[in-house]
Ligand binder design. Structure first.
Ligand SMILES: *Cc1c(COP(=O)(O)O)cnc(C)c1O
Length: 353
């Protein structure tokens, strides 16, 4: 039985072209700024996102942390959505290491923040009782909001509020290229109003390792020191950057295939009685669907699907997440849907008995 792994796009392996580029990569000591492949990747990434400079890091988590360390002093406050990856899935690095207090405002189901909520959450300056609000974080695409993409306008409205209050804006753009392809907007348009953006090479872009943080020369200069401090100076990591360069050249446009497969998946899931999802809401490669209690809980369904060779990930108590990627094609999607249908029928039968 073929295993269909829909847990995450992080499971994608490097392509043959990436492996060749990695084998032949020109390298140097990046801590001395002498790795030509890294320098080129950082330049190309910054260019693509309309920023002055880039910084290769080990992971999206490291990029987000380095950004927070660069902006925040101990005791500052950072505003983000209550569904933010930086809040849920980054081991509280922002408080433990950057020393910042996180202030949550609600994400709507499109991953947006209400600019008025952000304005209300920003602290008045100069009050000794209060932490200064130094940073507002956005996420695009939004992982826990089913891969929803923020439009340039969604971002601008929040960024304007933050900037008016003297706070910076960081974009957790782990899947920013999915947003760009999904919305058919150049990636630079999506981030023109934020101060910096991080994105992952290691997700749908299929690289083995890496993330790039992009912002002003000055910001990246400081971020480079923080990256070194937390152990992220990686020497001849041009081997990784070489795969990143291939990704920026050849892995972005194909994300449309993943999005089409996600839509197909969502349509199929919506047709299975006991599962629900609005297929029209799926904009990129993440499908979060709800499970009727008559079928079971999300962990029970996850387990039963795993036994049927379909790997998915847990989202909430009654929701599961599926992510499409380069190693899943349309036939796999249909195959997965057939297995999901069987599993759901079987669980309902068992529960009714
Ligand atoms: C995956 C992800 C990250 C973290 O990336 P890692 O490379 O896994 O550390 C950050 N933000 C979002 C929205 C993500 O989906």
């Amino acid at each position: 039985m073929k295993i269909i792994d829909l847990r995450s796009d992080t499971i994608t392996h490097p392509t043959d072209e990436m492996r060749r580029a990695m084998a032949e990569a020109e390298v140097g000591d990046d801590v001395y700024g002498e790795d030509p492949s890294i320098n080129l990747l950082e330049q190309r990434a910054a260019q693509l996102l309309g920023k002055e400079a880039g910084l290769l890091t080990a992971s999206g988590t490291m990029s987000n942390l380095v950004a927070a360390l660069t902006y925040c002093h101990r005791g500052d406050e950072v505003i983000m959505g209550d569904q933010a990856h930086m809040f849920w899935n980054e081991s509280a690095g922002i408080s433990a290491l950057a020393g910042a207090q996180v202030r949550l405002v609600p994400n709507d189901d499109q991953g947006r923040l209400d600019p008025q909520d952000v304005a209300d959450a920003i602290r008045p300056r100069g009050n000794v009782h209060m932490p200064p609000t130094t940073l507002v974080c956005l996420e695009n695409t939004h992982n826990r909001c089913s891969g929803a993409a923020l439009t340039p306008d969604d971002t601008r409205r929040v960024a304007d509020v933050a900037h008016d209050a003297g706070a910076s804006v960081h974009m957790d753009g782990a899947r920013i290229f999915n947003a760009a392809v999904g919305l058919e907007v150049p990636p630079s348009e999506l981030v023109k109003d934020v101060d910096d953006v991080s994105f992952c090479l290691s997700k749908a872009l299929s690289c083995p390792v890496g993330s790039v943080l992009c912002g002003t020369e000055e910001f990246i200069g400081e971020a480079r020191r923080w990256r070194k401090m937390i152990g992220g100076g990686m020497r001849q990591a041009g081997i990784l950057a070489a795969a990143g360069l291939v990704a920026l050249d050849s892995m972005i446009e194909r994300l449309a295939d993943d999005h089409a497969n996600a839509r197909r998946l969502a349509h199929g899931l919506a047709n299975i009685e006991g599962l629900s999802v609005d297929p029209e809401s799926i904009q990129t490669n993440i499908v979060i669907f709800e499970i009727d209690p008559s079928v079971g809980t999300a962990p029970q369904v996850l387990q039963a699907l795993a036994e049927a060779g379909v790997k998915v990930s847990l989202s909430r108590t009654q929701t599961l997440r599926m992510v499409t990627h380069r190693q899943v094609d349309g036939a796999d999607v249909d195959d997965a849907l057939a297995r999901v249908g069987d599993v759901v029928e079987e669980l309902k039968r068992r529960n009714a008995a």
